[in-house]
Design a binder for this molecule. Sequence first.
Ligand SMILES: CC(C)[C@H](C(=O)O)[C@@H](O)C(=O)O
Ligand code: SF4
Length: 466
Amino acid sequence: MKKTMYEKIWDSHLVHEPENGTPILYIDRHLMHEVTSPQAFEGLKIQQRPVRNKHSILATMDHCVPTVDRHLPIKDPIAAKQIKTMADNCDEHDLLIYDMNNVNNGVIHIVVPEHGFIHPGMTAVCGDSHTATHGAFGALAFGIGTSEVEHVMATQTLQQKKSKTMLVSVEGKLSKFSTAKDIALAVIGKIGTAGGTGHVIEFAGSAIRELSMEGRMTLCNMAIEGGARAGLIAPDKTTFDYIEGKEFAPKGDHWAAALAYWKSLPTDDGAVFDTIVELAAEDIAPQVTWGTSPEQVSPVTANIPSPADFDDVIKSSACKGALSYMGITAGAPITDIKVDLVFVGSCTNGRIEDFRAIAEMTKGKKVSAAVQAIAVPGSYLVKEQAEEEGLDKILMDAGWEWREPGCSMCLAMNGDQLSEGQRSASTSNRNFEGRQGKGGRTHLVSPAMAAAAAIEGHFVDIRNWA
Ligand SMILES: CC(C)[C@H](C(=O)O)[C@@H](O)C(=O)O
Ligand code: SF4
């Protein structure tokens, strides 16, 4: 039978499929951060169960860590407790953790691939919805709840319903100024935030094959915002080159064996998907979200939509609510929207390529006096690489703040946040009401679009911007 990549990974990890029950999958990798693991460790303790395979686990501290004055004690008592609990739990169970002062520290979905911890064909979970990121390697990676975190720690398995398969095919060549982020937003704009419900999305087509690993991670990261369980991209030379030589990459004879297996993973010709969505790369302009859901997105050239533009009553009323919360007017050009703050970072766009893109846009220019621009590398390795390339200097000379790594203003759990009514251009993945601080207004964009907005003080079409 012809199989999709999802079906191949599923079949090779199926431990048990009861006749009238939920299948059980073997889990290869378990990623952890400080927010969703404490109760799971507590559960293990109460039941006096050990961690079944500590080598499957890599932990970090990311959501609550400060991005300034990292050497000082954490002021927020809740954040401080979460950080300490994570350290204690990892210590007790002898788990690998990149704590907040470790040279490898950073956002979980950034640090895990940096060390080659995820390989094609693996199953990977984390108590975090953006685990989908690792599908960029051709691994089946998805978020789980805290009780499941406990279950995986204890058993290395997980009950999972089989998903349907969706092929999102993007053929053609992206314009110079459109990026993986724009593909992600354009796909969500097309299918909606519920479009992928019950599916695992495989992204394919010539525009996807052209993406770097960083771009592929950005795209799979946002599969979850399209409602999907996970995103997947077929592993190829780009993938293998990225993994080769990294700390947890297979070595010696194991490398050849792994490569042979990885090359068997891509979807067979003629395999059948439940749903197929097609986009032409040439049609994907730089995107800007105007509302409070990632599906409320338009090309930068558009005008802000009006509730009357939507036939669907729910979408029409969502538009009305979003315009009011966002404080913007239907019919006005998107390029008229002025921003107060620009945030570049997160597990969506906190990788080296993203900082290269903003430095490129910023070189020789200044951040608008009306804008606070914050660059938060996704990890210390990204930070170090950017500094080696002198990107930090270009940015700081132009007026950017250059911070320590962490989730930061992506979800504002660490004190970095918008104030009431403040408006951001943000490279993160969620623009829900209050996501970046109570009353804060978030527009999701690519790093290049964010950098141009920082300079001009409003959105611009970077395709014809000097
Ligand atoms: C804190 C965590 C559970 C959450 C997630 O699952 O994604 C966070 O990372 C987010 O981005 O909202
Ligand atoms: S960077 Fe944002 S999306 Fe990613 S894990 Fe942190 S909070 Fe979640």
